[in-house]
Design a protein around this ligand. Structure first.
Ligand code: OAD
Length: 241
């Protein structure tokens, strides 16, 4: 791996990058959290109270994600990884798997994945792409207890290896690119500030301003699908191919 800090780039994506693939974002008018109370479907307490409600919510999201295809924004980031190799890190708050579908190979999934389950009792974990699920809630093949989505819910801690790798990438990069996130959920949003504090340029792609916009050296106020080809070209010029 190159130790030349001037040549590395890190990217943080959020729900906005998948908006043009037809997947709803969380906040704002029409957002997922307008119809689904976060406390009930995205916390460990909500799951303990009504696991079927939570599973139905994730089943709906799995069905939507299974039908979605990556868009120009995801594809541009896959090309960026191809161009930069080890000098590139992609962290996402998304759980939809569309970065992988676009060809990105190393994706730091900060909030987990819709396509992984884990047991609520034993250490069993599984990949699961079966849509629709034949049985809700799904059961652990090892111990028979209920499985849960391998998603980081509010009130839970991010996987330390995944978040640690994202912190490291933010600290050493020369360019930090933020795409399609409202930047209000911690600790993911703090990565951009960390990069800036360590001297990186921070660029943002988002049709709307966010709490990070004031910190950014460049900002594209546009949908990701429309501008990511150009942004990635500019980024490759900035860090060197
Ligand atoms: P949000 O729904 O909070 O924000 C989506 C952002 O995408 C907004 O700032 C929009 O302006 C922007 N946006 C919309 N369309 C866009 C487009 N075509 N191109 C680029 N940007 C666009 O989603 P996140 O920031 O990802 O966590 O939310 C962070 C976390 O909060 C999620 O991972 C989720 C949620 O609660 C969990 O479920 C644990």
């Amino acid at each position: 791996m190159s130790s030349d800090r001037a040549k590395t780039a890190a990217v943080l994506t959020g729900a906005g990058i998948s908006a043009e693939s037809g997947l709803g974002t969380f906040r704002g008018a029409g957002g997922l959290w307008e119809n689904e109370p976060v406390q009930e479907v995205a916390t460990p307490w909500g799951f303990a109270k009504d696991p079927m409600k939570v599973w139905r919510f994730y089943e709906m999201r799995r069905q939507a994600a299974a039908k979605a295809a990556p868009n120009a924004g995801h594809l541009a980031l896959a090309r960026m990884e191809e161009a930069l190799g080890d000098r590139f890190a992609l962290a996402t708050q998304n759980v939809d798997g569309l970065h992988h579908a676009a060809g990105s190979r190393r994706v730091l999934e900060l909030h987990g994945s819709l396509w992984r389950f884990r047991c609520t009792r034993c250490p069993h974990r599984q990949q699961n792409r079966i849509v629709p699920l034949p049985e809700l809630p799904p059961r652990c093949p090892a111990c028979g207890e209920m499985l849960r989505p391998d998603i980081v819910w509010f009130g839970e801690v991010l996987p330390s290896d995944v978040f640690g790798a994202a912190v490291e990438a933010a600290e050493r990069c020369a360019l930090f690119l933020v795409v399609g996130t409202s930047a209000v959920v911690q600790p993911a949003a703090s990565l951009a500030r960390l990069a800036a504090e360590n001297g990186a340029l921070v660029w943002e792609v988002n049709p709307d301003p966010t709490p990070l916009t004031g910190l950014c050296d460049r900002s594209w106020q546009a949908p990701a699908g429309a501008v990511m080809d150009e942004v990635v070209e500019e980024a490759l010029k900035a860090v060197g191919r």
